[in-house]
Design a protein around this ligand. Sequence first.
Ligand SMILES: C[C@@](CO)(OP(=O)(O)O)[C@H](O)COP(=O)(O)OP(=O)(O)OC[C@H]1O[C@@H](n2ccc(N)nc2=O)[C@H](O)[C@@H]1O
Ligand SMILES: Nc1ncnc2c1ncn2[C@@H]1O[C@H](COP(=O)(O)OP(=O)(O)O)[C@@H](O)[C@H]1O
Length: 276
Amino acid sequence: MITEVARAKLNLALHIRARRPDGYHELETLFAFVADGDRLTLSAAEADSFEIVGPFAVALAGESDNLVLRALGAFRRRYGVDAPLAIRLDKRLPVASGIGGGSADAAAALRALARHFDRAFDTPDMLQCGLELGSDVPACLLSRTVRGSGRGETLVPLDGPAGMPVLLVHPGTALSTAAVFAGWRGIDHGPLPDGSVLEVAQRGRNDLQPPAQTLAPVIGECLDLMQRQDGAVLTRMSGSGATCFSLYETAAARNTAAAAIAAARPDWWLLETELV
Ligand SMILES: C[C@@](CO)(OP(=O)(O)O)[C@H](O)COP(=O)(O)OP(=O)(O)OC[C@H]1O[C@@H](n2ccc(N)nc2=O)[C@H](O)[C@@H]1O
Ligand SMILES: Nc1ncnc2c1ncn2[C@@H]1O[C@H](COP(=O)(O)OP(=O)(O)O)[C@@H](O)[C@H]1O
């Protein structure tokens, strides 16, 4: 049996530069990944099966086109393999929350398939296979700190602050990525700055925060509460929201903040983790 962690994705900064005629946006982003995420297992079987378990399985129960199955179909068509497989997804990340759960699951499925069929996962061909499933899937295939541009598929690996403590907070509202992009006002506020990963993150922005917050005002409350805690070196919304993150210098500061936020908002989802 093969197990892959579908690590949660963060956009440490996300600059939207232009609307494209094909309906996508030209962007510049600093992708980073954390130690925790969904878990995907894959094994040879008599017949195909797909099962979703875990705390957020119920959010996907009504959907037939899970990104994991789309990844399986894309891999089979591309590489001409059809041996039956049993796949199980342990859904631990909130759905439609800006931390790439679906993209990370698709990427984890591609990595597991590559291992099962004895292929490399980081080839141009696999990255293209990933891009056809979603703009974030190539970055999620690599699951390491990387600068992304274009639709998110032009990737330059960077040395990030691995091990840095992170707190993720999701205030409960699911947001459609397309709806948030549609609310971007079309004003280019400029490229990612230069500097180390942490400097770029601290001097950067998330241009999708204003339109996300218009759709889900609770994001403002979430950021306020996170910013009121001591010791964060950066607090920001990730992707199209609504998950927000804080980076800390120490695990103790992160844990103290997590306890205070959990006490204030017991209904919000929290994850204490670290950058990889
Ligand atoms: C905003 C980001 C930032 O990393 O993350 P999430 O919030 O989804 O996690 C990504 O750009 C999301 O990537 P992904 O979730 O793979 O999006 P896709 O499936 O490719 O596209 C969904 C929709 O988002 C919009 N979209 C996506 C990427 C992009 N560069 N421009 C866009 O305008 C389009 O409306 C598209 O139809
Ligand atoms: N395995 C999956 N996990 C999460 N969402 C999925 C999955 N498969 C399909 N989806 C669909 O993709 C949408 C975007 O989900 P997700 O990737 O979690 O959000 P985001 O792109 O904001 O991080 C969901 O609303 C859901 O309809």
